[in-house]
Design a protein around this ligand. Structure first.
Ligand code: FES
Length: 174
């Protein structure tokens, strides 16, 4: 999804809000979506640009990238603090929050549970303020780290870069 102009900000906001609303059903829908064969030109598209300028604090959108869902969350100060708290606990897949984000307010995650690949539910659904994978009850925190349940590893962080303050680019240019 590429949203490039200021004129599109309102549309993007509506889209982003809708994206949060439908994210809860994404877990059920994604296996069907994944079963579709993406065309060769889609697979060849290494990067996806996301306009984050209209992504308000606390909002999350799900972006399709390379046939997979990616969560982009504009974290609140509380969510950032919650993520720091986890740094001092014994985590199954220890990682400091600061190593998982480039800008502390933006969390970018490959939205595939590391247990068996379900799509976790949106931010705020898990026991630690983060993401719940309802398939078998894995709870990820506000840094996408596994805190409880059968998942063996944290949600992966895809390669991404900030093109500018308004634009996030997911994926690596080829
Ligand atoms: S696939 Fe997520 S907990 Fe099993």
């Amino acid at each position: 999804m590429v949203i490039e102009t200021e004129e599109n900000r309102r549309d993007f906001l509506i889209l982003a809000t809708s994206a949060v609303g439908v994210a809860g059903t994404a877990g059920a829908a994604w296996p069907f979506i994944r079963s579709w064969s993406p065309s060769a030109d889609v697979l060849a598209q290494a990067t996806t640009e996301v306009n984050i300028g209209a992504l308000a604090e606390g909002q999350m959108i799900t972006i399709p990238w390379q046939g997979k869902p990616v969560f982009v969350l504009h974290r609140t100060p509380e969510q950032i603090e919650q993520a720091k708290d986890g740094d001092f606990e014994k985590l199954p897949d220890f990682a400091k929050d600061e190593t998982r984000v480039q800008k502390k307010q933006y969390l970018v995650l490959l939205a595939l549970c590391t247990h068996l690949g379900c799509v976790p539910q949106p931010i705020g659904t898990g026991d630690f303020g983060g993401f719940l994978c309802p398939c078998h009850g894995s709870h990820y925190d506000t840094s996408g780290r596994i805190r409880k349940g059968p998942a063996p590893a944290n949600l992966a962080v895809p390669y991404y870069a900030f093109k500018d303050d308004q634009t996030l680019v997911i994926g690596k240019p080829v």
